[in-house]
Design a binder for this molecule. Structure first.
Ligand SMILES: *Cc1c(COP(=O)(O)O)cnc(C)c1O
Length: 227
């Protein structure tokens, strides 16, 4: 077995275990492979092992890989910071965007979504750690933003996403995840949300225990990224 296959299997195993331990239905949490900085051939290898959802942070890099992998049925998720001048290409080339945190960007994505494509799936990025340097909408501004974004014609609001401050301690990890879940539950029924995008290589199990429906895993699948 090649290292990629070993790591992917290990992550699938961790995910299944976390689901069982949390009393969640097996297979109910989607695994998003975060493939930033990985070359297209590695994504192709993961695809060969059954991985279908890939997350990318850097637009130019993602577009190059998408062109090389156009013959595969990949669902592409944009998870990186969004500059306004990049919205057109994102609207054209992705199925999901997890990192929307302001109305202007959402309006542009909606306007620029090609008419022949289904609505672009959107998660709002929430700043749950409360650090001003981090991107994400503040929890107390979330409902108003969701209201505005849900009204945009070519977007479909699916859920919330957050990148909590890293902590090696499982108890510390759970607090911000629990906070995001609270935000999610407050909006879920009203907006018909079905996606809670949280959990990375180091807090996968904690995220699943707190109700994540999609974990974004890079390092644990692909190995350490080159700086
Ligand atoms: C890089 C990244 C991940 C994956 O992080 P790992 O710790 O490598 O699993 C998840 N989400 C976002 C938004 C990222 O930028």
């Amino acid at each position: 077995m090649c290292p990629l296959e070993q790591r992917l299997n290990a992550v699938r195993h961790r995910l299944a275990l976390a689901e069982t331990e949390a009393g969640r239905k097996p297979g109910s949490v989607r695994l998003l492979a975060v493939s930033k900085t990985q070359p297209a051939r590695i994504l192709a290898a993961a695809y060969g092992l059954g991985q279908r959802h890939f997350g990318e942070n850097y637009l130019q890099e993602a577009l190059e890989k998408q062109a090389r992998l156009a013959h595969f049925e990949i669902t592409w998720h944009f998870i990186g910071p969004i500059q306004s001048n990049k919205t057109r290409a994102i609207a054209q080339h992705f199925h999901w965007v997890h990192s929307v945190d302001r109305l202007k960007v959402a309006q542009r994505l909606s306007e620029q979504r090609p008419a022949h494509l289904p609505p672009l799936n959107i998660c709002l990025q929430v700043n749950i750690s409360g650090e001003s340097s981090k991107s994400g909408v503040a929890p107390d501004e979330l409902a108003a933003l969701a209201q505005q974004i849900a009204a945009l014609p070519h977007l479909r609001l699916r859920g919330l996403m957050a990148i909590p401050a890293a902590s090696p301690d499982p108890e510390q990890q759970r607090r911000p995840l629990a906070r995001l879940r609270e935000c999610y539950l407050a909006l879920q029924a009203g907006f018909g949300l079905d996606t809670l995008s949280m959990g990375m290589s180091d807090d996968l199990a904690a995220a699943v225990a707190e109700g994540s429906t999609l974990v974004r895993i890079g390092t644990a699948i692909f190995g350490a990224r080159k700086p």
